[in-house]
Design a protein around this ligand. Structure first.
Ligand code: COA
Length: 189
């Protein structure tokens, strides 16, 4: 698919069922229902605000969805700056459309919008090879602890991206996410 034909726009309330269907399809029968239920909780979670729920649309079809929710960084360091931060999760493209650049386009465009709105840091827990294309780097070695310890063998899956120069250097600590996502079962990767 030519990504020039894709419109990246904020999700509307009437997109909700189609968005859930995209995630169910993309994650498959095992993981899909868990992700859909988590996504529904996150969309309705006031502690996740400000929420950025963004779709990729082509010919009236939703061909991708990504959710960014607010996180805070808790630190005992007195000089810690306060950073405006979000976490990317979940991200899906319908399985029949995988590998056509839609996910990359959706995330790149949304990151530009987040940067313009003043978001300084973005966290993700996912495939290092995939997220490194956007500039995400391993977060643990930079002093950012996930809400729950990530198993050592998956440490590289916990990543951070700075949208503002030097934002990574000015803060460290434990990332606290919204209540819906604040359960150990989601942090094993
Ligand atoms: C991950 C996902 C959103 C990528 O969207 P997409 O539109 O297929 O991705 P793009 O076409 O932009 O990029 C394709 C690249 O992603 C890579 N990729 C896809 N799934 C991957 C995975 N599980 N691990 C590592 N890389 C992966 C492909 O190898 C390809 O790499 P290349 O560009 O070097 O050839 C999509 O595959 C999907 O919905 N997967 C199921 C849901 C999921 O796992 N989401 C969470 C991601 S952490």
């Amino acid at each position: 698919m030519n990504t020039d034909e894709i419109q990246v726009r904020p999700a509307r309330a009437d997109d909700r069922d189609r968005i859930l269907a995209v995630h169910l399809d993309a994650f498959g029968n095992d993981e899909g229902p868990v992700i859909v239920s988590l996504l529904e909780e996150m969309l309705d979670d006031p502690t996740a605000e400000p929420i950025h729920s963004v779709v990729a649309e082509s010919n009236d079809e939703i061909v991708g969805h990504v959710l960014f929710t607010s996180v805070t960084i808790e630190s005992s360091r007195e000089s810690n700056d306060r950073a405006t931060a979000q976490i990317l999760a979940p991200l899906s493209v319908p399985s029949k459309l995988h590998g056509q650049g839609i996910g990359t386009h959706l995330v790149q465009e949304t990151l530009k919008q987040l940067a313009a709105s003043g978001v300084q840091l973005v966290f993700a827990l996912g495939y290092p090879k995939y997220y490194s294309r956007f500039g995400f780097v391993p977060a643990g070695v930079l002093g950012f602890h996930a809400p729950y310890p990530i198993p050592e063998e998956n440490a590289e899956a916990w990543m951070v991206l700075e949208l503002e120069a030097d934002a990574i250097k000015s803060v460290e600590g434990t990332v606290k996410c919204c209540e819906a996502l604040d359960h150990q079962k989601y942090w094993v990767e």
